[in-house]
Structure formats: C-alpha cells, structure tokens
Design a protein around this ligand. Structure first.
Ligand code: FES
Length: 535
C-alpha cells in the first residue's frame, strides 16, 4: 500500500487493486472565499490527481468526507473530464453531497451508511459516519495489501475508537486533524492575554485528543494532517504569525506527544504534499523537493502571499451606498426568516446585534424572545452578542456563493459576547442554513431526550451522570477525568465539574451529576445499568 499525501486532509491510497483519492482540496483559490489556502501549497498536484482518477486500469474511487470546502472542492472536481470512477460519500440526512455527485456524471455514487464496506481487490474501503444535528462528517478506512490506513480527518469519532479497533483489527497508518478549525476565539474580541489563554487551552485539548486516540489505536505511524491553513488575504495575514492561536504546527504537536507518550512506539510523520509513503516499511519512497519547516515558514508565507495576490485583488470591491442599503435590508429579511424557523428561540436570553461596517448607525437587533429583527441606532443592553462584518463579505452569503458556516469559517467578521458563555442555540442560528434550521432544533431536542445514565469514578468517588453529552451526544463513558473532578467529553472536550453537579465549565450545560453514597453497590440506572467506565 502506498499513501500519497496531497496536502491538508487529502490522500491517495494505492493498493494492488485500487486507487482511493480522499478529500482532494487542490484549487488555487483555496476555500471559504479564499480565506484559507492550502499549507503547504499543493496546487501543482492537481494535474497528477486528475490523471490518477482519469486513467483506466485499477478500480478508482473518489471519497469526500463532508461538505466543508477544504475537503469538498467543487472547483477542482469540475476540471476532471473522464469520470468513469466511483464516488464514495457518507449518507447524511442532508443530501447535498449526494445531490451534487448525482449530477456529476461519474460511473457510480455510493452513499454509505455508517460502517458501510465497499470491497476492493484484496481488501475493502469502509466509511464511518458521524452526524449530530447539523454537524456532519465521516472517516475512511482502507485495508489492502496486508495493511490498514485509517483517516478520520476532522471527524469527531474519538468516543468510538476503542470499538473500531476491536472490530477492525490493527491500524498501520492513522491520520487525524490536530489544528483548530473554528471561529472561536479567532474572531472574538478578547484582551490579548485572554485570547492567548483560550487558544492555548484549546490547542492543548486538541493535542490531548490526538494522544488519547493514539493510546487506543497504537498505530505504527501517525500522519499529522488537516493542519492549519495559510491566511493570505492581506487583512488576515497576521493570523499566521500570532504567538499563540488555535493553529499550531506539527512540530509543536510532536513535541507534545513525545512528552505525553514517552513509551509510545508510533512513528510521527509530517509529509509534504506529493510525498509517497510505503505503508509496510513506513519509509517514504518519494519526497517532494520543497520542505516547509518552522524555520522557513515566514519567508515561505510571504512568497506564497505574493503569488496569490491576484486572488485578493479580484475579490476586493467597494460598494455603492445604495448597494450597502440593499444588502442591509436583505440581511434583515434573511435573519428574520431564520428566526421564524428557530423553534428554540426562547432559550436565547440575550439579543444579537449585527453591524455592517459601512452602516454603523443602523444596527440589526435580533430579539430572540420577541422573535423579531429590527433596526436600532445603539446597543442597548450589557448582556448581548454582537457580530460585525462588511456588507461586501456577508453579501456573498445572501448571493448564495457561501453558506453561513463557510462565511463564519472565512473569519471575515468580529464577534463579542457578554457574558462570555457559549450559547448553542445562538451559535446554530448564526451558522445554520435556513433550510436546516428546523433540523438543527430537532437535533438539540433529540440529544436532550437521551436520558440514559451511567456511573463514573472521579477522585475516589462515584457519580451517576447522564451518559450522553448535552452538546452533541458523545458517549461520556469514553471520556476521562482531570484533576479528580472534571469529566472531559471525548468529542469536543467540554469539561463538566462533577463537584458542582456536573455543570459545564464553559457554559450552562449539565450532566446532572449525583454523588453516589460510599460503598453503595452499583444499582441499575434508568433505563438500564451500564458497565462502569474506566476513567
Ligand atoms: S459532544 Fe461536543 S463536547 Fe461533548
């Protein structure tokens, strides 16, 4: 088995009988309205990947893990002319990927349920699907030539790793995301030290998740992938050089892992785009001449930004006053439509103020309780959420060139909140498309309706808690305890304080933890007793 790294989360896995191309993000305009560019640059690999998919011979598969544009690159895929290969996509409730590929004209599209196995010569390709409300992702495993590659990219499967390895057997090469990919705290107004502290905590938590997965899987090699993007828009270029943020490099991850897992036997690899790894010997059979290192990164990024200048020149546009006014009104209508579909609106106890930088005297105030969006001149409350962006940037969402989530991931906005507490319904209101709003609310309700309980041990005591995380339903019996009192969810690593009734340390969610009397034998919980997790 040969594994070619394509950059970011992209791979080509080649076995004796098949070629599987995974998440090829190769187009020279990057993703999220060009806010993210591949790091290192991999645009030169596009012709090679096209050729691999177009050349007859072995069975050929294209796998796309989820809809995020740093994984699903319609611009690159449109350049492939010969489409007699099979597309593998996860079967989500939202059928966007399936619909796109149904029109794509390839040989076959297989929409895979969780655990769906596609036989290939001498092995199989298997998809693992994770879907919680509007949070959709998948992972892929290829077994062939006697080796196994598991690529979970950004997919939050951490609470299922034990079962996967028990069912599938040993993993030779494993790959998972190690860098942040979210707009918090990047887009939030924080004092510098708070920003650094939040970033550091998130970064360490991400590293810890990788370490724990390696402890469960014991792969022979780990490939650091889906790392930070390059931010080459002149307005965002500084993000590349912040002292501490949620975008660490692989060198920092490996230093953490060596300290955290001193006995670990896994080999840590940071390939460059185009490098080819032999999965049996774990040697690179071919390596790209260009190597990006922490030492040459700064010069590399300056040079890269110069080469991409035209992308940002093209997208810059000054709007006329009338155009700004029109976008302002369209935005008001869009927010009102979202609000009308937000069944859980009453849960949001603070208003959201949206400001267009070109029109600061006309704020849009989203009143969740009264379910209306109206125009005001000033912010009236201390307790509030704010969003500031330009009409030109948000206009692309209204023109359906970007989804709301793509827009948030473009980082072309500033946010603030008081108090500084994550509010899941408001978060969803911002990031979810109009047509997904009801499903989003149903997802929250369905997570909340999971009443099963389990028992955990912490600091020598035993607690009865809700088994499934109130955030997105991860199995907390696969979590771990820190400092003898904080239960950590394995999926997004929220911390729940068992000494405070199981309340989350970042927001008001709770596990409804109850301290069990000493020596009490484990009693059946509702609806059934669970094995006591080893935490
Ligand atoms: S599922 Fe997200 S923190 Fe638990």
């Amino acid at each position: 088995m040969h594994i070619t790294f394509l950059g970011h989360a992209g791979f080509v896995v080649e076995t004796a009988g098949a070629i599987v191309v995974m998440d090829p993000w190769l187009s020279s305009r990057g993703a999220f309205d060009s806010a993210w560019m591949q790091l290192p640059c991999n645009h030169h690999l596009a012709p090679r990947v096209r050729e691999m998919l177009e050349t007859p011979g072995k069975e050929r598969y294209l796998y796309v893990s989820h809809e995020h544009k740093d994984h699903f690159d319609p611009e690159f895929l449109a350049t492939i002319r010969q489409r007699d290969f099979t597309v593998l996509v996860p079967r989500f409730h939202r059928s966007e990927l399936q619909d796109v590929f149904a029109r794509y004209g390839c040989k076959q599209v297989i929409a895979c349920e969780d655990g769906h196995e596609v036989p290939i010569k001498g092995g199989y390709v298997k998809l693992f699907v994770s879907e919680q409300g509007t949070n959709r992702d998948s992972a892929v495993m290829v077994r062939g030539d006697g080796q196994c590659f598991l690529n979970i990219n950004d997919c939050k499967l951490h609470d299922r790793m034990g079962r996967i390895v028990a069912e599938e057997g040993p993993i030779d090469v494993f790959s998972a995301q190690f860098s942040g990919a979210i707009w918090h705290p990047t887009c939030y107004e924080y004092p510098a030290d708070t920003y650094a502290a939040i970033s550091l905590k998130k970064r360490e938590s991400k590293f810890e998740a990788v370490a724990r997965t390696l402890e469960v899987l014991h792969p022979r090699a780990y490939i650091a992938a889906a790392g930070p993007a390059a931010f080459l828009d002149p307005a965002q270029f500084h993000l590349n050089f912040e002292k501490v943020n949620i975008f660490p490099n692989a060198t920092q991850l490996f230093a953490f892992l060596r300290q955290r897992l001193p006995q670990g036997k896994t080999r840590y690899l940071e390939p460059m785009p185009g490098d080819v790894l032999d999965a049996k010997s774990l040697e690179f059979v071919s390596q790209s001449a260009e190597r990006v290192t922490p030492e040459n990164l700064k010069a590399y990024l300056h040079d890269y930004a110069k080469r991409q200048e035209s992308v940002f020149r093209e997208r810059r546009r000054n709007l006329l006053v009338a155009e700004v006014a029109e976008i302002h009104e369209r935005l008001r209508v869009e927010l009102q439509r979202k609000l009308d579909l937000l069944d859980l609106h009453e849960r949001v106890g603070m208003p959201l103020y949206v400001e267009l930088t070109e029109l600061p005297e006309k704020l849009l105030r989203v009143d969740f309780k009264a379910r209306r969006v109206h125009v005001v001149a000033d912010i009236q409350e201390e307790v509030r959420y704010t969003l500031k962006t330009s009409a030109a940037d948000v206009g692309r969402v209204l023109d359906r060139k970007l989804t709301w989530e793509d827009f948030l991931l473009s980082f072309r906005l500033r946010l603030s909140r008081n108090p500084d507490v994550y509010e899941p319904v408001l978060h969803g209101f911002l990031g979810v498309e109009i047509e997904d709003m009801r499903e989003f609310c149903e997802g929250i309700r369905s997570t909340e309706s999971q009443r099963e309980r389990t028992v955990v041990e912490a600091g020598g005591r035993r607690f009865s808690i809700q088994r499934f995380c109130p955030h997105q339903g991860a199995d907390l019996s696969e979590g771990w305890v820190e400092e003898g009192r904080y239960l950590v969810c394995p999926r997004h690593r929220w911390q729940f304080d068992l000494d405070a009734g199981g309340v989350c340390t970042q927001n008001t969610s709770t596990l409804c933890a109850e301290l069990l009397p000493e020596r009490e034998q484990e009693k059946p919980q509702t609806p059934a007793a669970d094995p006591q997790p080893q935490l």
